[in-house]
Every structure is written in C-alpha cells, then in structure tokens.
Design a binder for this molecule. Structure first.
Ligand SMILES: [Fe+2]
Ligand SMILES: [Fe+2]
Length: 277
C-alpha cells in the first residue's frame, strides 16, 4: 500500500507542467547585465497572471513599501531585479498556493499568507546571521511549503490517523507524513523544485526546511528557513495546531547561534511581521 502511494505522488510530480517558456526566458533575461527595467517590464506585461502577481507583491504591506504602486515599470524599479526573479520563480506555484488545502486545514489564501510571512522572516533572519544571500532565503521561504499542494489529498484521507500518530509518538506533522504517506511535504517540495530546474540552493533549502541536519548541501539556508518558519508560525494564531511551529535544534548549531539569541531574533521578526501585517 505505502510504496504505491509514493509512486503515485512521484508520478504526479513528474507530470507537473514544466515552467512556461516565457517564465524561463524572463529568468534568463533577469541574469543579463545589459537588460533594462523597461525591457523587463515589457516582458512581464505580456503575461497577465505574472503582471498581476508582481503588482500584488509590490503593493504588499508585508514588504513594507509605503506608497501604492500603479504600473509594472514602477513595480520593477521598486522591487529590483533580484526580487522580481524570486516572484517569477514563485509564480509557478503561487496560484495553487492561494487555494484552500482541506487536508492541512488551511482556508483559501492561508498557505500563501504563511509563505509570504516566512519569506519576509527568512530574509530578515538571513541578514541577522550574515547569510550571504538574503534574497535566496526570501524565495525559499516563499516556496518552502509548496509540497503541501501535492500531499493535501493524502493528509485529508489520513487526517485522524495523522493526528493520532502525532500525539502518540510525539512526532511533528512532517515526520508523520513520512511514516504514513511515505514522503513528507518538504521532500516533495524539493522534487518539485528539481522538476522546475530551480537553483540547487533552493532545492536543498526547501527539501530540508524541517530537518536541516540531514541537508547534504546548503544546510545554512535550510536552517534559516526552519527558524523563519517557526517564528512566522508562532505569531500566526490562525495557523492550525498540526503545523510544525518549533525550531529544529540543529538549526542553531548550523548557524552558530547560542539559544539566548533566539528570543531577540524572534522579537524582531514579530515586530516586522506585525508592523507590516
Ligand atoms: Fe513545512
Ligand atoms: Fe511552513
């Protein structure tokens, strides 16, 4: 029974639509040092869904931009190429992340809201611990839970058993997913990132966001997102209790942080998330 379910899940990851060609083209263009903001805006303007997402993000209170942004070129200038790149990558999953996930007990918009909060928190934690690529932490935060999209139906059908296992064996949701479904949402997310040919750092960051100690590569990024997920989840009272809200002990060791550094970091993240909510 178990291996069959995993095979079905792996099969559906394999069948995910590839990144649309305009998205891969845009990602390449964003790497081109000679490209102008105007050219990037024109490209974005050709894709209505992407344009809408960029406009929405540029006006997001969570990102802390005060005034209202009304045109794509305004948004491109305001957000900068690096953040535009993050949003373009996230666009592959953003629509699905806005829907409700009945298995995970998340209403419409809740996963997306959580993802945005983790992205902002991850960027901030990255800066605080001197991780050299805070923008990478942002996009990994944005996509860290996308594996939940593929596992939702299995969590839904096994929900009672999952909750029972969590209590009986004192396990986190992702550990029970691994036990009962055969794979957890973090690994599924890593496979989705691989399918979409995301940079390797993102792939490992997503894959190991609940267990940075098992990261073969990019453990720092996984640890940053692990902490950001805990911080953002603890401040969100609407997030159901089954969600993992704790920091993995390995995160502190990986980032060379003593435990007395957690409270000040958490307070700062709370301030940022609350101020901008
Ligand atoms: Fe997660
Ligand atoms: Fe999460």
């Amino acid at each position: 029974m178990l291996p069959k379910r995993v095979d079905t899940i792996l099969g559906s990851i394999d069948q995910l639509r590839p990144m649309p060609s305009n998205v891969t083209r845009l990602l390449k263009e964003l790497e081109d040092p000679t490209i102008t903001a105007g050219q990037i805006s024109d490209q974005i303007g050709l894709d209505q869904a992407l344009a809408a997402l960029i406009m929405q993000m540029s006006n997001s209170a969570l990102l802390g931009y005060g005034r209202t942004c009304t045109s794509i070129s305004d948004a491109v200038v305001r957000l900068g190429f690096k953040r535009i790149k993050s949003i373009v990558m996230a666009s592959a999953a953003s629509d699905s992340m806005k829907r409700s996930l009945r298995g995970y007990r998340l209403g419409a918009g809740q996963l997306w809201e959580h993802s945005l909060a983790v992205a902002v928190a991850a960027e901030w934690v990255a800066q605080a611990v001197h991780y050299p690529f805070p923008e990478e932490a942002y996009v990994t935060g944005l996509l860290h839970d996308m594996g939940k999209l593929m596992l939702d139906q299995y969590v839904l059908s096994d929900y009672t058993k999952i909750v029972e296992y969590m209590h009986r064996y004192r396990l986190s949701l992702w550990q029970v997913e691994e036990k009962l479904i055969g794979i957890d949402h973090a690994k599924v997310g890593g496979l989705m990132a691989e399918k979409w040919q995301f940079p390797e750092s993102l792939l490992y960051g997503i894959r190991n966001h609940h267990d940075p100690s098992s990261a073969r590569k990019n453990a720092e990024l996984a640890a940053v997102v692990n902490m950001a997920n805990a911080f953002a989840s603890q401040t969100n009272e609407k997030l159901p209790d089954i969600h993992t809200k704790s920091i993995h002990p390995a995160s502190l060791a990986i980032l060379n942080l003593s435990s007395d550094k957690i409270a000040p970091l958490q307070n700062r993240v709370n301030q940022i998330l609350n101020v901008n909510a």
